[in-house]
Ligand binder design. Sequence first.
Ligand SMILES: [Zn+2]
Ligand SMILES: [Zn+2]
Length: 351
Amino acid sequence: MLPVTVEHAAQTPSIFLESAYFNFVLKAVYHATKTVLAFLQRDSVLYWPFLISTLAIAWLAWRVGSAAPDPGTKSSWRAFSRSHLSRELWWHPSARLDYRFYVINGVVFPLLAAPFLFGEQVVANILNSLSTTAPGLAAAGTSTGVVITLVFTVVFFVAYDLGRFLAHSLLHDVGILWEFHKVHHSAEVLTPMTTFRAHPVDLLVMAWGGALVTGLATWLFHRFVHSGITFYTFLGLHVMIWVFSLIGNLRHSQVWLSYGKTLNYWLISPAHHQLHHSAEPRHHGCNRGFELAIWDRMYGTLCVPTDVPGRLQFGLGDDTDGRWRSVGRLYLWPFRLLAKRVQGALQARRA
Ligand SMILES: [Zn+2]
Ligand SMILES: [Zn+2]
């Protein structure tokens, strides 16, 4: 009998499986810790400066009056907390489901989706390798000027916003993808945690949209304008995304805040996105943008917020509202609805 050496032990299948299992557990613990400590993660919308800015802007909007239902009580903190920090809102069954889903999907999504995720650099590198023989302008060198970096910072941001708009539009317009995006729209109340109520398929489509368009923009810029350049960052995040993140959490909130007559045609305010979540049929599919309203204008889906609309009803506006209240349903119902859709299509073809 051969003596069991270290090398032999390392090749033993059971030990290999144990080690794969150990790695899996380690990864799961890592993602769970990251999820719970999101307020310390600089790339999370729950990073503590963004939480503070969210509360400060919500309070300011209340004081100024645009978000206050009753002008007589608008300056009172008690009235503010009754309206925006109430148990009725934050402990609503839909909100509680958001918290559970946030924790579970914070572990499940990275583990499931890691092999399918890629960044803009991968896209840019592929395009570069495909285009080595194609004619193009010579790159302008590797030194970085302020102006050129500023231009690339804006180009990258616009590309990122366009990529996410296109991905979001696909989620609304392609029937099979809509079944997965329904998870996000099934929320009956909006809190910043609703941001994370998205099916893994939905999250993948969004990630691909952003990476593909920013990858294309990066490649074009590096090839035809200036090579070896990157965008300005602040605390490790694209500087413009950082600025918009200061108010981004209010997209999923009950705080009605819009940017006024002119800016509402250029930028997506929290109120725009609240209309996007409205259960009213006239709002369905409107305001798909994230920061810029120009894409919705061009696509004909912009719905400009005007006056305070009273209390908006959020949800899908169909007969399933209020029935998505479990983590299992959020994960599995899209597949069931998809199967129904395919079955219906097959039956219609046979008829
Ligand atoms: Zn949303
Ligand atoms: Zn949507």
